[in-house]
Write a protein that binds this ligand. Structure first.
Ligand code: SAM
Ligand code: 2KA
Ligand code: SF4
Ligand code: MG
Length: 237
């Protein structure tokens, strides 16, 4: 029997606002459940019990994506929560592959599944000290050793100096993996702050300046969460 996938949100078309394929037109599948509890998680509704997920088969997910996008789509991003806790996603990835639709995943690198190697773009985002989570380096080493996907990147969110030092450590530990620094959004719960965009731009400028002045961070890409510049903390975009 097909394994069901707990889905919290399906949305799109939108643009990928973060990381290695920023700007890519994409659909999103957001799964429920996470093995982490990051203090600043902007998607805590996937794991804090505030929302129920709907168990869907891979076919049902594709039907719903199709009905969201009458013009069709060529790219699907799977995020969460941690999508890597769900075995059933392998079937979704295989079906999308068959249809010629490219796939991407966002995960923190704590749990590996064989199907991850069939995802076209894998973003691994280990969590810095401000998250309150502790990285199990042995697990992360193993995750990256097993990872054979066509395109892989590391992305570390930075809120403060300790996070930046952590990001440097990650980049040094895995020097051959394309590395992204991403600004943290401390106003993730804010709905109507008139200074929201100004603050996001300020955080981006500060992170860019830090990286530009750092001789150990010459081969990095520095990015904001671009979707928040357009749409703030709105859900489903
Ligand atoms: C919501 S998570 C889901 C995927 C997976 N659990 C992970 O953390 O990689 C997707 C991305 O959003 C980032 N993120 C979550 N909350 C954020 C915040 N307040 N500011 C900036 N990035 C955030 C995470 O670090 C991760 O890269
Ligand atoms: N547009 C857009 N881009 C994103 N990139 C990563 C996201 C996520 O929540 O995983 C996300 C999201 O929620 N929306
Ligand atoms: S690992 Fe991702 S989904 Fe899980 S709590 Fe952290 S940011 Fe949120
Ligand atoms: Mg998000």
């Amino acid at each position: 029997m097909a394994k069901l996938i707990p889905v919290v949100e399906l949305f799109g078309p939108t643009i990928q606002g973060e990381g290695m394929v920023i700007g890519q037109k994409t659909m999103f599948v957001r799964t429920g459940g996470c093995d982490y509890r990051c203090r600043w998680c902007d998607s805590a509704f996937t794991w804090d019990g505030s929302e129920k997920s709907e168990p869907l088969s891979a076919e049902e997910i594709i039907e719903r994506l199709d009905s969201l996008c009458e013009n069709g789509y060529s790219h699907v991003t799977i995020s969460g929560g941690n999508p890597a806790i769900h075995k059933g996603i392998g079937e979704l990835v295989a079906l999308l592959n068959e249809k010629g639709v490219a796939t991407a995943i966002e995960t923190q690198g704590s749990i590996f599944q064989c199907w991850i190697n069939r995802v076209d773009e894998v973003t691994v985002s280990p969590k810095p000290p401000s998250s309150g989570m502790e990285t199990d380096w042995t697990k992360l080493d193993l995750f990256l050793q097993q990872l054979q996907a066509p395109a892989v990147s590391l992305k570390v969110v930075v809120f403060d100096d300790a996070d930046y030092q952590y990001a440097k450590h990650v980049h040094k530990r895995y020097p051959t993996v394309p590395f992204y620094l991403q600004t943290g959004n401390e106003d993730f719960a804010e709905k109507e702050d008139p200074r929201f965009l100004e603050k996001r731009m300020g955080a981006y400028e500060a992170l860019v300046e830090k990286a530009l002045a750092d001789k150990e961070m010459n081969n990095v890409r520095v990015l904001p969460q671009l979707h928040t510049w357009l749409w703030g903390n709105k859900r489903g975009v």
